[in-house]
Design a protein around this ligand. Structure first.
Ligand code: EPZ
Length: 426
């Protein structure tokens, strides 16, 4: 387990190229098994979650190689449809192989993905939907923790999602693409990563309409074909560095930013005092004063303010000139960073069954030893270290590498002083 040491410093200046999208890469890597051939994914981020997903691919008998940031996947032969417990526990997005392997092989065995620090993260919407698509489900093992799904054929049908779940929407799409008939998803997730999965599948020969809307229709086809696809930049990584400028001040250029996908983040950062100029591919963000408070921020499904940006915004508001409120509507325990920020002098209280945080801004934070509970909370603590007085050590920082290629490289290119260090320095 590694740590990150950050020495608090001044304003940020310079430019960063935004890496490819983690949450687009993961479902698309699973989707490659739907084609019996070669897929090339360009601009693929070299992050732990992608490495885990590649390991799962290899468990099924597929091959994968890197050429720089291009991932070449060969899914000609599938020799196993069993996804090990270790793989799923390491990364819950392995659950996307549920739909992909059902679509390809009409059978899959996968361990129940556990919860994580941000919530229980059940998969009932996934399983209920697949049942309606003619998939039989058995729960095996002593503790019934292995889900064995199989079918003689996937039948298209109407799926009504109680909540616009990103993963459930993606699993239904992956199951339906090679099925028989038409599958219509009502209340589908509208996240850009769902849009991008549909774009990838359409380029590979799938018949999908309504991508990016709450109503998606998939007409099953016989097979897909090889495709080369370029992943969009990561909207949450872009938002993270926008929050760093809002907190530390400065004047930064973000290259290759998915500006259309961060409109809700742009609006909030402007409200807390940033000046933002964005064209279709780049962004210039500057801030030269203490952040302003934000009266009431509620995290919502896309296109609302993303839950994956909540921790980063909380760091910004922890030094704002006044009181702010954040309501976390998506995950039931995504305020783990509050205690870590309080170790640095932040004044935050949690109210109303833990979904509401009230932040009373302080003039500055103090460096401290803190812990990264999840990758976004960890990134938010790096931002806190940038603005704190003195030295901050972020323990269990490996979780940050799940989603950020090299956060120290990125913030140091803006003049910060951050470096990885081994856990045993403490
Ligand atoms: C995706 O997770 C993202 N992960 C998450 O990003 C993101 O926070 C989340 O969507 C919300 O935007 C990837 O794309 C790999 P959901 P997912 O299904 O699909 C409940 C990051 O930091 N729910 O939309 O798992 C669930 O508990 C990660 O990059 C059920 O109750 O999210 C949650 O409260 C963190 N039953 C809510 O819905 C289900 O069957 C949203 O979950 C499924 C979900």
């Amino acid at each position: 387990m590694s740590s990150i040491k950050v020495i608090g410093g001044g304003r940020l200046k310079g430019e960063i190229k935004i890496q490819g999208s983690k949450n687009a890469a993961l479902p698309i890597i699973a989707a490659t098994v739907l084609n019996r051939g070669i897929t090339v994914l360009r601009n693929c981020p070299r992050i732990l979650d992608v490495f885990h997903m590649i390991n799962v691919l290899k468990e099924t008998g597929c091959k994968a190689d890197w050429e720089g940031n291009n991932l070449i996947v060969d899914t000609t032969d599938i020799t196993s449809t069993k996804i090990s417990e270790g793989s799923v526990q390491k990364m819950r997005s392995s659950i996307l192989f549920l739909g992909a392997l059902l679509g390809r092989s009409h059978e899959v065995s996968i361990a129940y993905p556990g919860g994580c620090s941000i919530g229980k993260r059940p998969i009932d919407y996934h399983l209920d939907s697949l049942k309606r698509m003619n998939v039989t489900q058995e729960f095996l093992g002593e503790d019934k923790s292995i889900i064995h799904c199989y079918t003689n054929k996937i039948l298209g049908t109407d799926i009504f999602l109680k909540f616009p779940s990103v993963g459930a929407t993606q699993n239904v799409i992956l199951t339906a693409v090679l099925g028989e008939g038409v599958t219509r998803i009502f209340n589908a997730a509208r996240e850009p990563e769902v849009y991008e999965l549909c774009s990838f599948l359409i380029e590979a020969g799938a018949r999908i309409c309504g991508k990016g809307t709450a109503f998606i229709e998939i007409e099953g086809v016989k097979e897909l074909h090889d495709v080369e696809f370029t992943l969009s930049p990561d909207r949450i990584v872009a938002g993270t560095y926008m929050a760093a400028v809002a907190a530390a001040g400065g004047d930064v250029i973000l290259r290759d930013t998915p500006n259309r996908h961060v409109e809700s983040v742009i609006r909030v950062m402007e409200k807390v005092g940033c000046r933002i100029k964005a064209d279709d591919r780049h962004m210039r963000i500057s801030c030269n004063k203490r952040p302003l408070p934000y009266k009431m921020l509620i995290t919502q499904p896309y296109p609302g303010f993303p839950t994956d940006m909540q921790s980063q915004l909380m760091t910004v508001l922890s030094i704002a000139d006044g009181k702010s409120t954040i309501i976390e509507e998506i995950f039931e325990s995504r305020f783990q960073n509050v205690n870590e920020l309080k170790k640095m002098g932040a004044k935050i209280t949690i109210e109303e069954n833990k979904s509401k945080a009230v932040i009373s801004g302080v003039k500055h934070l103090e460096g401290a030893i803190v812990k990264a509970h999840d990758l976004r909370a960890g990134a938010a603590l790096v931002i806190a270290g940038l603005i704190a007085e003195g030295e901050t050590i972020i323990r269990e920082a490996t979780s940050i590498e799940r989603g950020y290629e090299d956060i120290c490289r990125d913030v140091n290119s803006l003049g910060a002083n951050a470096r990885y260090c081994s856990e045993n320095i403490l």
